[in-house]
Design a binder for this molecule. Structure first.
Ligand code: EPZ
Length: 416
């Protein structure tokens, strides 16, 4: 299993180009199921989850070709309606084929994604919404089995905004009979990107990016041709990398407006942020001020940046409170940060972080995607060498992160 070794204490300087957003690419790729033809998606990040989604679509009969950051998919023939456990267990986002498969073929069998490191992560909003649209849903030996001759438009309320729940139901609704209204829907930029892709296919969607999305079903769609938005979480991770090393970096090919909450909070820590079209320049400050955060659905502070922000706070000159409101178990990076000397106490969903002078390099273990990013950030700032194990977690969400960091001066290498 690959490890990553970092000699800390180097100030990062230079530029970095942001890759396409994993969490926008995955639903857009799934949208290729909705209609026959040759689909094209560009600005795809070279990540394991993207290739897993490609293989899953291949299993359904969709011929795909990757060529650099571009992919073409021919979905003339859907030869299977089943997303097997082998795919779903490695990538929960496989659930995103449920809605499109049901809309296209009238049937779908998708393995229930188990829980994961950060929480139980049920999919009841997905199945509840499809049932409201007239689907017959049964649970059979760990599989969701959904059938519907023709989905009907419905008014669906989310108890709490669900990103993939909103995406799944939006895709199911585009070919349904009548109008579907998603209330208390998620507002993440990835939702808007998917809606944009579906509209270029001929879908009739309004309100994406707000809590109320209206989808008027259409009779048919045309193939996809879409460029995926840049990754706002990769953008945020590099912002913290500049702040925690006291560096000065320019982040290119990003959309600053997608990172508003993070920009506001990092400015409060004392970092100097200048925003221009498509790029953010970040300068770390000598002193890191303590700042409290609470993770919330977009446009609130993103849960996917909580671990990275906490790492910055371990070196602040005070105490900060970090409250995780989205997932029930997203503090697994805390134990590893404490191995590096961090002073963090957890009480329920709040971590109290008391800043220390320096982190010390140590062997640590990645437990999930964003926790692994937080350990990279800690290693960049720590005195001495940090070795991070189980970096396959990292490879799910960060394309060529060592190369991007090395280019800015980091002493980081992968040990195969
Ligand atoms: C998406 O996961 C992202 N994944 C996650 O990113 C991200 O952390 C999360 O949204 C929140 O922003 C992708 O887009 C592929 P949710 P998702 O449904 O859709 C509860 C990363 O690091 N819930 O918005 O699975 C759920 O338990 C990953 O890139 C239900 O109760 O998250 C959670 O508490 C990690 N029932 C809350 O809602 C449901 O049916 C939000 O979850 C669905 C969700």
């Amino acid at each position: 299993m690959d490890k990553i070794e970092i000699d800390g204490g180097i100030r990062l300087n230079g530029e970095v180009n942001i890759s396409g957003a994993k969490n926008a690419a995955l639903p857009v790729m799934a949208a290729s199921i909705l209609c026959p033809g040759d689909h094209r998606v560009t600005n795809l990040p070279g990540l394991r989850d993207i290739y897993t989604m490609g293989k899953l679509l291949g299993h359904l009969g969709i011929n795909f070709q990757f060529d650099g950051d571009e992919a073409t998919f021919n979905s003339d023939n859907i030869t299977s309606i089943e997303a097997p456990y082998d795919f779903v267990k490695t990538m929960r986002a496989s659930i995103l084929v449920l809605g499109p498969l049901l809309a296209r073929t009238g049937e779908a069998k998708v393995s229930l994604p188990g829980g994961c490191a950060i929480g139980a992560r049920p999919v009841n909003f997905h199945t509840m919404g499809l049932a409201k649209m007239g689907a017959e849903i049964t649970l059979e030996e760990g599989y969701i089995h959904a059938r519907a001759k023709k989905l009907k438009g419905a008014r669906i309320y989310f108890d709490m905004p669900s990103v993939t729940g909103t995406e799944n139901l939006m895709m199911a609704a585009v070919l349904a009979e009548g109008t579907t209204i998603l209330e208390n829907a998620a507002c993440e930029p990835e939702i808007i990107d998917l809606a944009d892709a579906l509209v270029t296919m001929g879908a009739d969607i309004s309100g994406a990016g707000t809590n109320n999305i209206t989808i008027n079903g259409v009779r048919e769609l045309r193939p996809l041709n879409h460029q995926v938005i840049p990754d706002r979480i990769e953008t945020g991770t590099f912002m913290i990398a500049a702040g925690i090393t006291g560096g000065d970096i320019t982040i290119n090919r990003c959309i600053p407006a997608h990172s508003e909450a993070l920009i506001r909070k990092t400015v409060e820590t004392g970092m100097e942020i200048s925003v221009e079209r498509g790029r953010i320049r970040v300068k770390g400050a000598g002193t890191i001020m303590p700042v409290d955060i609470k993770t919330m659905p977009h446009p609130g502070f993103p849960t996917d940046m909580q671990a990275q922000f906490m790492t910055l706070m371990t070196l602040s000159n005070g105490t900060s409170l970090i409250t995780e409101n989205i997932f029930e178990n997203r503090f697994m990076h805390v134990a590893e940060l404490k191995r590096m000397g961090a002073d963090i106490r957890i009480e329920g969903s709040t971590a109290t972080v008391s800043g220390i002078k320096k982190l010390t390099g140590a062997p640590v273990m990645a437990t999930d995607l964003r926790a692994s990013a937080s350990l990279i950030l800690a290693g960049l700032a720590a005195e001495g060498t940090t070795v991070i194990e189980r970096v396959y977690h990292l490879d799910r969400g960060y394309e060529k992160i060592e190369a991007k960091l090395q280019k800015m001066g980091a002493r980081i290498r992968r040990i195969v």
